[in-house]
Design a protein around this ligand. Structure first.
Ligand SMILES: Nc1ncnc2c1ncn2[C@@H]1O[C@H](COP(=O)(O)OP(=O)(O)OP(=O)(O)O)[C@@H](O)[C@H]1O
Length: 247
């Protein structure tokens, strides 16, 4: 199945979870177009990873439709979805620490049946000059921010049309989050769709045009990023047990 170049990702009334008979999320509607960045904010355990894994094909929806370019992708494996252009940057980066930076990129390209050509390496490392200078270093020797860049670069060598990023700012210093925001912005502007699962409000404000608030097993609100700081939105996000510091 080859979706059109302008393939959009759509979830309609999706229910999903880690176990086939227990829903973590229900009634999820989502639309991401090429060149658009949509954010999903939610506390620990809200189901951000569950949603990311469902889109990537590692979890099966219990109900509803997941389409890409209008075609139902429910029957497709995660590998087949990656081949269509749906790339996942998993929580915790999950780079291969004992492989070099370049080897990590070779393996990622191989995963979708591609070779890492010199042109592809150049195109990807244009976003991440530090990866070019460290191409022969073991991934395990990189800083957290550099490993996150490598995780995103692994998605980029798969020629994605949409990248689903699961908490890319987790554990990063503020300066590394600023770099991440710039890079994600330029990837979005190159025409790739982004779905950004995050707890970091600043990153969502910098990169996204709309943000979904995930809570209580569903999407509670959809807001513009600048509205994330409004008291009623923070209250909805934080609930009675939260504190403003969580954002
Ligand atoms: N492998 C699993 N099997 C069953 N339940 C799980 C599994 N992993 C997570 N859960 C549960 O599913 C719910 C959603 O978890 P999930 O990790 O998707 O949320 P999250 O928003 O990504 O949280 P975090 O930010 O902590 O990663 C939580 O109640 C969690 O305890």
């Amino acid at each position: 199945m080859t979706p059109p170049r302008d393939a959009a990702l759509d979830l309609t009334s999706v229910a999903t979870g880690y176990l086939s008979d227990v829903a973590v999320l229900e009634d999820i509607d989502l639309h991401v177009e090429p060149g658009q960045a949509v954010g999903v904010i939610g506390r620990n355990g809200a189901g951000k990873s569950c949603l990311a894994l469902t889109i990537a094909g590692q979890l099966r929806p219990q109900a509803g439709r997941v389409t890409f370019g209008g075609a139902d992708i429910a029957p497709l494996s995660s590998r087949a979805r990656a081949g269509l252009g749906i790339a996942l940057v998993p929580e915790g980066r999950q780079v291969f620490g004992q492989l070099t930076v370049r080897e990590n990129l070779v393996v990622a390209a191989y995963g979708v049946g591609q070779r890492l050509t010199p042109a592809a390496f150049d195109a990807v490392t244009e976003h991440f000059p530090v990866l070019r200078t460290k191409e022969a270093d073991l991934a395990a020797s990189l800083s957290g921010g550099e490993q996150q860049m490598l995780a995103i670069a692994r998605a980029l060598v798969q020629s994605p049309r949409i990248i689903v990023c699961d908490e890319p700012s987790l554990g990063l210093a503020p300066v590394a989050i600023d770099v991440l925001a710039r890079v994600l912005g330029s990837i979005r502007d190159s025409g790739v769709g982004l779905l950004l699962m995050e707890q970091n409000r600043g990153l969502l404000e910098d990169v996204c045009s709309s943000v979904k608030l995930l809570d209580g097993g569903g999407i509670k609100l959809t807001v513009e990023p600048r509205d994330l700081s409004r008291p009623e939105v923070m209250a909805a996000y934080l609930g009675h047990a939260g504190s403003a510091h969580a954002l």
